[in-house]
Design a binder for this molecule. Structure first.
Ligand code: PMP
Length: 408
């Protein structure tokens, strides 16, 4: 088919059509240089100017303070599962040169399958050097004791005294669980439990919620990272926001016994080279730069926050309605639902298949959920509502769901 469909996929995911059309032109001739963006030198002044504007558009929209650097790298969220452990263990070694492996603690908040993976990678890399602690595991607080379906109560977050890092995943893409941004909500991140007298090494994985709304307490974070391939652009670019005290001399730390950090993962190498130590992901940077430029023109994060709020509210309302009719079942507990990835089941033999096929006939794809979330052999439904999904597109899905309920 030559027609574009509505792509509710979880990532890579929909990008704004206007950006794709502009990028087509840049692919042939970037910024009047006569050279396509995939062909031009990353050291050219034109690319440097584009990179500077890109960084500035992230900094102003997210209100990133001068205490934090914005860095661009590759390797995705998975690359950062490793990089953040190595860089922050190096920082900890410089602060505590004689700390034993038992005294070198990495705190992991586990609320879904991505934070579980991040903690597993920490265990691999820290073996023999440091101790990985699960601060809290949300499965304990789930309906059936097995599912990642909630943000646990604040009282259950037992942070270590002086950890090398505290990791959490803001939005669990597979499970559809997200920290609330309302500080009054019991599902918010318990920032009030963090020590206030030191620079807390708080790390947040924002892979699937980056720039869909402002980041609460951004300045209190040590590292925030996100792969571009959900809200921002194509896969291949990873965006980092790193507080200056976490950009450390990893070689000096290694001389004190820390694990050596590969050059391509070192925050200091990235920072000292302006993210151009080696060839960056030029094309993904270009497309992502066009996306954040367009976001600014549309009114920035307040605009996207309101739009994303409305999209999620509408969608959860119809899922709720379907639940009352015994047709749908929500997977996530009230208050912990993600704005970006709504996960639910369609009840009854063959019902999910029917739901997916009906949606596809109407030009809506990417609605199949992740196998691991399903309680039975069939897949559940996951609707991803990233920035590029418009309200009209959500309305179209809701109209379909309403008809589906009528026929069930
Ligand atoms: N963290 C989260 C929250 C994710 O959604 C993903 C990927 N979907 C990852 C980490 C892993 O990212 P990548 O595939 O870019 O390595």
């Amino acid at each position: 088919s030559t027609e574009r469909v509505i792509n509710f996929g979880a990532g890579p995911s929909a990008l704004p059509l206007s950006v794709l059309e502009e990028a087509q032109k840049g692919l042939v001739n970037f910024d009047g240089t006569g050279i396509g963006i995939a062909e031009i030198s990353h050291r050219s002044k034109e690319f440097q100017a584009f990179l500077d504007e890109f960084e500035q558009n992230i900094r102003t929209q997210l209100d990133v303070p001068p205490t934090h650097r914005i860095l661009f790298t590759q390797g995705g969220g998975t690359g950062q599962f490793s990089a953040v452990v190595l860089n922050l263990l190096a920082r900890h070694r410089l602060l505590h040169p004689t700390a034993t492996p038992e005294e070198t603690v990495l705190d992991y908040v586990v609320t879904g399958s991505w934070s579980k993976k991040a903690a597993e990678e920490a265990r691999r890399l820290a073996a023999g050097h440091a101790t990985v602690r699960t601060v809290v595991d949300s499965r304990v607080y789930s309906k059936d004791g097995k599912a990642y379906d909630n943000i646990p109560p604040h009282a259950e977050f037992a942070f270590s005294e002086d950890p090398a890092l505290i990791y959490y995943c803001e939005n669990e893409t597979v499970d559809g669980v997200e920290f609330s941004h309302d500080p009054q909500s019991p599902a918010s991140f318990p920032f009030h439990l963090l020590k206030r007298d030191t620079l807390v090494p708080l790390v947040a994985d924002y892979s699937s919620s980056f720039m869909c709304r402002p980041i609460p307490r951004l300045a209190d974070h040590a590292v925030i990272y996100a792969g571009a391939q959900k809200n921002i652009g194509p896969a291949g670019l990873t965006i980092l926001i790193v507080r200056q005290d976490c950009i450390v001399d990893v070689d000096a730390a290694a001389r004190l016994g820390a694990t050596p950090v590969p050059l391509s993962l070192s925050y200091k190498i990235l920072a000292d080279s302006g993210s151009l130590y080696n060839t960056p992901a030029v094309l993904p940077i270009y497309m992502s730069g066009l996306v954040v430029r367009r976001m600014k023109e549309n009114g920035g994060l307040p605009y996207y926050e309101e739009m994303n709020r409305r999209k999620a509210q509408k969608l959860y309302a119809i899922v709720h309605e379907g639940e009352q009719k015994g047709v749908f079942r929500r997977k996530v507990q009230q208050g912990s639902e993600s704005w970006m990835n709504a996960v639910f089941e369609v009840l009854g033999e063959g019902a999910e298949k029917k739901f997916l096929e009906g949606a596809e006939k109407e030009g809506m794809k990417g609605l199949k959920g992740h196998r691991s979330v399903s309680s039975h052999a069939l897949l559940c439904i996951r609707v991803s509502l990233y920035n590029a999904i418009t309200e009209e597109e959500v309305d179209k899905l809701i109209a379909y769901m309403t008809r589906f309920l009528g026929e069930s």
